[in-house]
Design a protein around this ligand. Structure first.
Ligand SMILES: *Cc1c(COP(=O)(O)O)cnc(C)c1O
Length: 357
């Protein structure tokens, strides 16, 4: 076909066996720790056809070469490993917790230095890029849902000779394509929207830089932070409906954010206008804790991006930055009927708002 495929078609078709007699429509799960010698694969840690199918599909969606990892954090630590001794990393103060914890640990051990920035202050981020080797951001941020001026930050990082990593877990390639914006590397926790059913742990990196891809592949070969074949298969199965799930989750999130904006109990409703994540702020931690215990459909759980709606008071984690309000509850809006989600959430909010007696 002459025209490049649209993302929905790519999500459904990429990474499948060829249309030939007796080929299955879906590639099998190849359970193998070793292969007959003399080919390209050789050993289980070096490659697996089921990983490759997932990598081909996500690579096609992001527009680069993809490498799958055992988890999002396995991908994060592999990319942080690219930083040379003593290099400076610029990262938003509201980033994924595991990323901040890893950076803190590396800094404590003298491996690198970290500069935390307020992602909404573009001038400050641009200034911090000046002597950086790596600029790393998520947009929107977790769980503050702040949005970056990505083109300005990427340009400043490149002017400084720094590499740019964008963690695209929250928006997926359907809503944001960081490589098209100039980023060098895209990272995913495929555990979230890409797999989409709260049953898989998987990570991925995508880049257009072939040299970098070769370095990362070589390290993955020896570090062994490789995915399980079943996990890669489940993530690819999830990816087939990514566009449908993201579309519904986003429509539900936008509608809930609109209705929540009028709720007298909430001091703040944050929704960046796209994606399926909404953060609400209750006046106190106790009220937020009561809310997450008062619903029937919404499940109190960490993680996000599943078909089922879940929510969490983020400050229940000791490592969450103190700049996140105590009463902030992050909603991962699922693909259920929005009226049922609203009925469950609004009765719980009304119960919290009613003075107990
Ligand atoms: C969950 C998450 C990660 C880590 O991924 P795991 O699959 O849990 O290891 C990284 N970045 C973001 C934005 C995440 O939400």
């Amino acid at each position: 076909m002459a025209e490049p495929l649209r993302p929905a078609t790519t999500a459904v078709h990429a990474g499948r066996p060829p249309h030939e007699p007796d080929q299955p429509l879906n590639g099998p799960i190849t359970m193998a720790s070793t292969y007959v010698a003399g080919g390209d694969l050789e050993y289980g840690r070096y490659g697996n056809p089921t990983w490759t199918a997932f990598e081909d599909a996500l690579g096609a969606l992001e527009g680069g070469r993809c490498l799958a990892y055992a988890s999002g954090m396995a991908a994060v630590t592999s990319l942080l490993d690219l930083v040379a001794l003593g290099d400076k990393v610029v990262v938003p103060r509201h980033s994924y917790n595991g990323t901040l914890v890893s950076l803190g640990d590396l800094e404590l051990r003298g491996r690198l230095s970290t500069t935390l920035v307020d992602l909404t202050d573009t001038d400050a981020v641009v200034a911090a890029c000046e002597d950086a080797a790596l600029v790393w951001f998520e947009s929107p941020t977790n769980p503050a849902l702040e949005v970056a001026d990505a083109p300005a930050i990427i340009a400043a990082a490149h002017d400084a000779g720094a590499r740019v990593v964008v963690d695209n877990t929250f928006l997926t390639p359907l809503l944001q394509k960081p490589l098209d914006l100039g980023a060098d590397l895209v990272l995913h926790s495929a555990t979230k929207y890409l797999a989409g059913h709260s049953d898989v742990q998987l990570g991925a990196v995508v880049t257009r830089d072939e040299e970098l891809a070769t370095v990362l592949k070589g390290r993955r070969d020896v570090q062994g932070n490789t995915p399980g074949p079943f996990e890669a298969w489940l993530a690819l199965r999830g990816l087939r409906t990514l566009h449908l799930r993201v579309e519904r989750a986003q429509a539900n999130a936008a509608e809930l954010a609109r209705r929540l904006a009028d709720h007298p109990l909430l001091t703040e409703v944050r929704y960046p206008g796209l994606g399926g994540m909404v953060s609400i702020v209750l006046p106190t931690a106790d009220q937020a804790d009561l809310l997450v215990r008062s619903t029937a459909l919404w499940v109190h759980a960490t993680s996000l991006g599943g078909v089922e709606s879940s929510f969490e008071r983020r400050r229940r984690w000791k490592s969450e930055p103190a700049t996140i309000p105590e009463g902030l509850v992050r909603l991962s809006v699922g693909v259920e009927d929005v009226e049922d989600l609203w009925a469950d959430l609004s009765q719980a909010l009304d119960g919290v708002a009613r003075p107990s007696g």
